[in-house]
Design a protein around this ligand. Structure first.
Ligand SMILES: CCC1=C(C)/C(=C/C2=NC(=C\c3[nH]c(/C=C4\NC(=O)[C@H](C)[C@H]4CC)c(C)c3CCC(=O)O)/C(CCC(=O)O)=C2C)NC1=O
Length: 169
């Protein structure tokens, strides 16, 4: 599992080079956004259950067929599994936010996920929509907590969306 700093060190070490101007700039920007990243994570943590619940309600309102007979989130067990997945995405997104790097998502969440979803018939499109809805709620919450310049909040959610949507080659 890597973060913004260890990733940079790894890349420069492989080349046997001292940090150059680009490296210093990216380190600066990571550390300058550090407090805001931690504040954003704190704002998410204290509202996590509500964020997941709200995102789920909005998703099922938009796509009610998911929770009707024949829908993948139909039955209490599958409904709960769906919200649990959303909770995983949110929790790991906060780790990635603090790390300034999406590697933790690749290693702990996304690896093999598409195959699992495909074998269980979990629809990817609606899952992606759920993640996007959650991103919007998170952005509102983080802004409401007074964190400015929080554009970095989008990154982990967009990464999940991108990786899940990726077509097999
Ligand atoms: C921490 C990393 C991690 C992830 C990401 C994860 C996902 C994950 N989601 C699963 C199931 C599931 N995932 C969903 C999710 C949904 N169905 C829908 O219609 C919606 C679109 C969507 C919610 C947004 C559902 C309904 C199941 C149960 C499917 C089934 O058993 O038939 C399963 C199969 C095993 C199980 O049911 O627990 C896994 C492994 N597990 C992990 O350990």
């Amino acid at each position: 599992m890597r973060d913004a700093v260890t990733t940079l060190i790894k890349n420069y070490d492989v080349a046997g080079r001292y940090f150059d101007r680009n490296a210093i700039d990216s380190l600066k920007s990571y550390f300058e956004s550090g407090t805001a990243r931690v504040q954003a994570a704190a704002a998410i943590n204290s509202n996590a259950a509500a964020i997941v619940k709200q995102a789920g309600s909005k998703l099922f309102e938009e796509l009610p067929e998911l929770i009707r007979p024949g829908g993948n989130a139909y039955t209490t067990r599958r409904y709960a599994a769906c919200l649990r997945d959303m909770d995983y995405y949110l929790r790991y997104a906060t780790y990635a936010l603090v790390a300034g790097n999406t590697n933790v998502l690749d290693e702990r969440v996304l690896q093999g996920l598409r195959e699992t979803y495909n074998s269980l018939g979990v629809p990817i499109g609606p899952t992606v929509r759920g993640v996007q809805i959650m991103k919007d709620i998170v952005k509102e919450q983080v802004a409401a907590a007074g964190v400015t310049n929080a554009a970095f909040v989008e990154e982990p959610f967009d990464h999940i969306t991108r990786e899940l949507s990726e077509q097999d080659v």
